[in-house]
Each structure stands twice: as C-alpha cells, then as structure tokens.
Design a binder for this molecule. Structure first.
Ligand SMILES: Cc1ncc(COP(=O)(O)O)c(C=O)c1O
Length: 415
C-alpha cells in the first residue's frame, strides 16, 4: 500500500463511505412469495412456494427413522471432535451405495472418491470449484429452466455456463428433440448437468428410453456428466427407481460426477448433509482426485458438520431403520402423487375442460402448471394462493383440506 493510500484509508470520511458503492440486491423470488404469504391474514391462504415437504396438516415432517437414529446417537454419548476434511467415512460410503447400488464395482474396487458436503448446494459448489480449477474454460450446460442456484454456483466458481433445451411449454413436458440437439451441438468434452430425477422446477423427467439416448449422445461427445441427485426416493417412492438414470450412465461407462442431498429424502433440510462423488479409472486416480478435493475444501470450510452424517449413516447401516426410512420416504412420495391426482380430479369436477394431464405426468415436489404470470397474480390477489410467477407450484403445500379450494381457484383464473 502506498503512503497516500494509507492516508486515504485512515481518514474518517473515507471510512464512513466505505460501502457506499454497494447497492441493495434483489430478493430471492421464492422468499418474496413467503413474505407475501406471511403478510396475508386470510384463513384460506395457501403457500405453494416452499421447497420443503409438508404433511397433510401442512406441518414439517420429522421422520421416525431419524428420531430413532437421533436417540441412538444421543445414547452412544458421542464426542464432538472434528470430522476429517472429507467428512464421516461411514456416511460417505453409505451415500455412494445408496446412489450407485450395493454391488457397484466402482465402490468395491475403490474407483470412486466421495466427500461429505454442506448438503446438495455444497456438493454442487465443491464440484463447480473443482471444474473451475481442473477443467478451466470448459462450459457447463444446465437445463432450461433449471434450479435457480445452478447458474449462479457455476458462474461464482468461474465455470462458463450455458443451457440446453429441456421444457416444452406447449405440452408442459420434455422437449426431448431440442435437448438431444443441444447436447449434440455442445463442444466435445463439455460438462452436462442432469437432474437425476424429479426435475426442479418443472417436475418433467425423461423416460427410461430417453435416458438411454441421452447417455449415448453424451458418450459420443465425450461429455462429462454431472448428476444433481437431490430427491432420491422422493420422486417415485423407490430409491432404486429414482436412481435409474445415475446407474444407467455408470453401467454405460460414464465416469460421472454426483451431487447428493439428504435434505428432502431424510427431512434433514437444516442439517446440511450431502455428498459429492467422482468416479475414476482406477483406485489410484480416485486417491489423486480426493487429494485435490481436500486441498480445495480445506480453505472453504475446513471440514463438514458431523450431525447429519451421523443420522444418515446410522439409518443406512441398520436394516430395520433403513426399512423404516424406505417406508417413510415412500409415504412422502405417495402423498405428493395423491395430491397431484386429487388436484386434477377437483379441477375436472369444478368444470375445467383444460388438459391437466401434465400435473399427474410430472413427478416430485414441483409442478410446472403452465399458469401465466397474470394468472399467478390473480391467484394471489383474489384467492390468497401464493406461488412463483413462472407458474411453479410446490405440491407439498397442498393438503386434502385445501386441494378443492385450490382447484376452484385455478379453474377461476384459467377459464
Ligand atoms: C435440483 C436441486 N438441487 C440441489 C438442491 C440443494 O438443496 P440442499 O442444498 O438443501 O441440499 C435443491 C434444493 O431445492 C434442488 O432442488
């Protein structure tokens, strides 16, 4: 620092203006929905913006399997020592096994590195930082539309980001031809981000046949495939069915990257528990990759928190608790599927002749309704129903008590 700069920084006028160039940033659109919902005093109000599961009484749900695991952890009188940089080893192994399957050869032969992360967002951030460092200048392609954080995470990690066609607004389904064309047109060796299941925000997933074609095209173009797996078990109710795409790509020989979140399927939102894995050609390569992941993680957050990892690993290492978790994740998925069916039933019952089949064809917590921004505004002002202006609803906000009211409201603004 020069002497004149020193003088500048020591003056109180400069001190008082230090942050004067910082402008207020825009609010997150989803938070905006919740703010508007909280202000509304109507007893009929419905919040369809939240990205967290709610039970049929609109309450957060703590899984019984989680409660039992917590009891076991408490009774074991564990200490609070630091985890290693890569996190809790038993959790990392359980996470990889859950995604890739019991007898996956990469796990058996240690041709994989898995690091515990700060939930799914942290997994994506670690992945993006790794690409920024070791695949410099390589563009990441994300679906259009995608979860709002994807673009920002890549951009903040200095990874160029572009999108590929995904959603077809004319039938509220998949623009499969467009998707394939764009993935084919991307420069060879690009990073292709795929939502493994329950695409957020559209709820539109490829079929098994379509996944096969996507895998083939990615293979031909030697693209690096990064799966964002935030909803395993939560989409169909079966962790295996939801892992179809991930396991198919691995069988097809892709050395994938995998970001997992345990927020939704274990109801551990605030515990921030996730994992990032990279498949490798050999155990030696996996060890090399892990050494660099450690170097990257250490200055970011040193090492991850242990609590969520302990909960998930005690469930997945115990047959009875795993069984209980499976039945509870199915219960959550089934409630979501039931609400989709119910909403369509009431829309028809109240006289809507529109085609609402996309509501039941789509899967997972979110549904792209096809409602226009103006219709969304009317839902809020006339019916106290709140959602983002892109027409996305969180099915978790629907209950057996409010579904008919919601159907009537949607019918009113769409007829
Ligand atoms: C597609 C997708 N990826 C990742 C995440 C990450 O969530 P979390 O950081 O809470 O695990 C979410 C959460 O909404 C998501 O929808």
């Amino acid at each position: 620092m020069t002497r004149s700069m020193n003088r500048l920084y020591s003056t109180s006028t400069v001190g008082s203006k230090r942050w004067s160039h910082v402008q207020k940033g825009p609010e997150d659109p989803i938070l905006g929905v919740t703010v508007a919902f909280n202000k509304d005093t109507s007893p009929s109000k419905i919040n369809l913006g939240v990205g967290a599961y709610r039970d049929d009484n609109n309450k957060p749900y703590v899984l019984e399997a989680v409660k039992k695991a917590e009891k076991k952890i408490f009774e074991a009188n564990v200490d609070h020592e630091y985890a290693p940089i890569v996190g809790v080893a038993s959790f990392n192994n359980a996470a990889a096994v859950l995604a890739l399957g019991e007898d996956n050869s990469y796990i058996k032969e240690k041709k994989i590195t898995t690091v515990q992360t700060i939930s799914g967002t942290g997994a994506l951030r670690v992945a993006a930082e790794f690409f920024g460092r070791f695949l410099p200048g390589v563009t990441a392609y994300v679906p259009n539309p995608t979860w709002g954080n994807h673009n920002v995470i890549f951009a903040d990690s200095k990874v160029p980001v572009k999108s590929y066609s995904y959603y077809n607004p004319s039938n509220c389904g998949l623009n499969f031809e467009g998707m394939i064309k764009d993935i084919q047109a991307a420069p060879a060796g690009s990073i292709i981000l795929l939502h493994a299941c329950a695409h957020n925000p559209t709820g539109v997933d490829p079929t098994h046949e379509q996944w096969k074609k996507i895998s083939q095209v990615c293979k031909e173009k030697e693209h690096f495939v990064l799966f964002d797996f935030a909803y395993q078990g939560f989409a169909s109710g079966s962790p295996e069915e939801d892992a179809y795409a991930v396991r198919l790509f691995v069988e097809d020989g892709h050395l994938i990257g995998l970001c997992q979140s345990f927020a939704k399927n274990f109801g551990l939102y605030g515990e921030r528990i996730g994992a990032f894995s990279l498949l490798a050609n050999s155990a030696e390569e996996a060890a090399v990759l892990e050494s660099q992941l450690k170097i990257l993680i250490r200055p970011m957050y040193s090492n991850p928190p242990v609590y969520g990892a302990r909960v998930v690993s005690s469930i997945l290492s115990n047959k009875e608790l795993t069984q209980q978790w499976r039945s509870e994740v199915k219960l959550m998925a089934d409630r979501i599927i039931d609400m989709r069916t119910s909403l369509v039933k009431y829309l028809k019952q109240h006289g809507s002749t529109k085609d609402w089949s996309h509501i039941t064809n789509q899967i997972g917590m979110f549904c792209f309704t096809g409602l226009t921004p103006e219709q969304v505004d009317r839902l809020a002002s006339e019916f106290h129903v709140y959602l983002t202006r892109n027409g996305r609803i969180s099915i978790a906000g629907i209950t057996s008590k409010n579904v008919e009211y919601l159907a009537k409201a949607i019918h009113s603004v769409t007829k």
